[in-house]
Ligand binder design. Structure first.
Ligand code: TYD
Length: 201
């Protein structure tokens, strides 16, 4: 099973993923974790370039294709082999982030992003996206001190990102599960577990 945890910056993804991994393992599952962009050697280089490079011009389309480059490598090196071994793959972001950040946020064509995403992943896509939803004001309070390049985008960008996650979830409800992340960490974690428990075979 392939699960991606998604959401705006400052939604508390990392904490939830750590707890989710521990719970899945306590249920006897083997879990492979990965984060995007990153997790492979190429992906970590691309991450540096995308999030922290100073004085490097990166237009939206280049940005999209760099995320997709990291993703193609991640699928090939880590995700597909883990799925073939019967493990659960838990991804900190995946294609939905590109659809929402570069599409809804960056205003690239969303259908084109889906097509490039299909090519980059060869169709290896999450069975479920768990979307942690927080209003912008709460997210801003939780964010790291030094924002990365995308976190530095204007509030309007982040509003479009949030609405994008909600819109995608509404359009494809069977693939997306939205949780309000303004609840306590434990409440969010419990909702995730309740959703996943019946899916664990
Ligand atoms: P991440 O490392 O998950 O940061 P955070 O811990 O703040 O969530 O993601 C890095 C940034 O990259 C984040 O601002 C979202 C952005 N991003 C995209 O814009 N497109 C993508 O396809 C992915 C995977 C991430």
């Amino acid at each position: 099973m392939f699960i991606a945890v998604e959401g705006g910056d400052g939604a508390g993804k990392s904490t939830q993923i750590t707890q989710l991994q521990a719970w899945l393992e306590s249920q006897g599952k083997k879990v492979t974790l990965c984060r995007e962009p990153g997790s492979t050697e190429l992906g970590e280089h691309v991450r540096e370039l995308l999030l922290f490079a100073k004085n490097v011009g990166i237009c939206r389309m280049s940005e999209l294709l760099l995320f997709m480059t990291a993703r193609a490598q991640l699928v090939k090196e880590i995700i597909r082999p883990a799925l073939n071994r019967g493990e659960i793959v838990l991804a900190d972001r995946f294609l939905l982030s590109s659809i929402v950040y570069q599409g809804y946020g960056g205003e690239l064509n969303i259908e084109e992003i889906r097509q490039v995403g299909l090519i980059a992943t060869g169709g290896t896509l999450p069975d479920l996206n768990i979307i942690l939803d927080v209003p912008l004001s709460a997210a801003k309070r939780r964010r790291k001190k030094t924002p990365d390049r995308l976190e530095s985008e204007a509030d309007a960008f982040h509003e479009r990102v949030r609405n994008g996650f909600l819109k995608e979830a509404e359009t494809f409800p069977e693939k997306n599960f939205v949780i309000s992340a303004v609840q306590s960490i434990d409440e969010v974690q419990n909702e995730i577990r309740k959703k996943l428990f019946p899916l664990l075979t």
